[in-house]
Every structure is written in structure tokens, then in C-alpha cells.
Design a binder for this molecule. Sequence first.
Ligand code: MN
Length: 245
Amino acid sequence: MAISVYAIADIHGEYDLFMELLNKIALKDSDTLYVIGDVVDRGPHPVKVLQQMMLMPNVIPLAGNHELMAMECLNFLNEEITDESIASLEPEMLDNLLVWQKNGSASTLDEFTRLDPEERLDILDYLSEFQLYEQVQVNGQKYLLVHAGLGGYLPQRPLDSYSPAELLWTRADYDTCYFDDVLVISGHTPTQLIEDNPRPGYIYRANNHIAIDCGACFDGGRLAAFCLDTGEEYYSGDHQDHENE
Ligand SMILES: [Mn+2]
């Protein structure tokens, strides 16, 4: 039986699009699916997507900048209020909360607060497993999977020397080929926003970059899956505005 490897990025709470896309690629238990960050925030059901991923041992989750923000804030908010936690509400934590709020935290917080304490801890445990990047080889082709990056790029710089911010916040430089023999698959920047992209809103390939965030949570956007074995692209139906639930 042929085994396939797929990548999806920037699901952003779009549970229905995620399920539709899983159906479309007919993901088998023996296949591997890398989810390259930004599962949470913006769209309606971030926690529901996380819980679905938790049921799937063949999903390998990588962190996005939104998971970084959510982790910091949820770990803080989930602690019991004590003298100590009030004292730790320093300007830096207030700033973290504000930045997260500006970046679409509402749906994540809303679903998270509806969970019982045990379910909350399961979510926090799961988020703590998310890796910063992953290197894989499929059919002899090397890939680097990373949400954004690489801030402070230098050709000889070892990957483990990049900071979380450089990997998860800095937009990829699609004009620069980072590695001659490695294809870099990233999300973070909706392909609608890549300059001179002939196919905005679809997977973008140039200079050994494969950009797969097709703006699922935005009007006119879609969720994309990239098959590392075949280079095939799969898309959810176009994003529809959903009713508020
Ligand atoms: Mn994103």
C-alpha cells in the first residue's frame, strides 16, 4: 500500500474546511499529515480542530506564531488566581494578552473557556508538543517544514540556532533560495499577499519555496494540502462566510 505525506498550514479554526480537505485527500491511517502551524485563532472552531488532530496519531503538528501567542496566554489565564499570579501580571503579560487579542484570539478563548478543566489541560499538553520545524525526506527529496522563517537567514546557519520568532513570525523571503537541495514548505503569508504571484490564493512555488497558506479564514480564501510524494495540490471549496454560532 502506498504511503503518502501531506502538509496543511494555517487552518485557523476552519473545522469544516479541514474535514472537507481530509476527505478530499482520503487520508489513510498509514499516511502522515504535517500541520504547519496556526491551527488556532480567527476562524470559528480552533479548539474543535485541535481536538480532531488529537484523535489522529498520524498528524504531526508544528507551531505557528498563533500557537506561540495562545500558549503564553492560555497557560497564564488557566492558572488559578493567586497572589503570585496577580503579581506576575506584569506589563509583558498584559502586552502578550493585547497582542493576542489583536490577532484574533476571540474564537480560541471562547471555545477554550467552555471546556472542563481536564479538557483544557489536554489542549495545553497537546500544544506543548508542537515542534518549531521538521526536516523530512520523501522519495529522495529533502524538505524543511516551518511555519514562517527564516529570520536572520544565513546559508551556513544551523537550523537549531534560529529563535522561535525567527522561525514562526518572520515572513519567508520567497525571492531567496534558502537551500539548493531542500524545498522549504511554509505557511504564515497567505499566497494572496505574495507579490507577483500569478495564482493568488493557490499554492505558490518559487526558488525552492512552497507556500501553502491559501487564506482559508479570509473571504475568497481556501484551505490547501500539498502532497510531498507527488507535488499534487488539493483545495477545500472556497471559503464561505459562516453564520455566527
Ligand atoms: Mn496564519
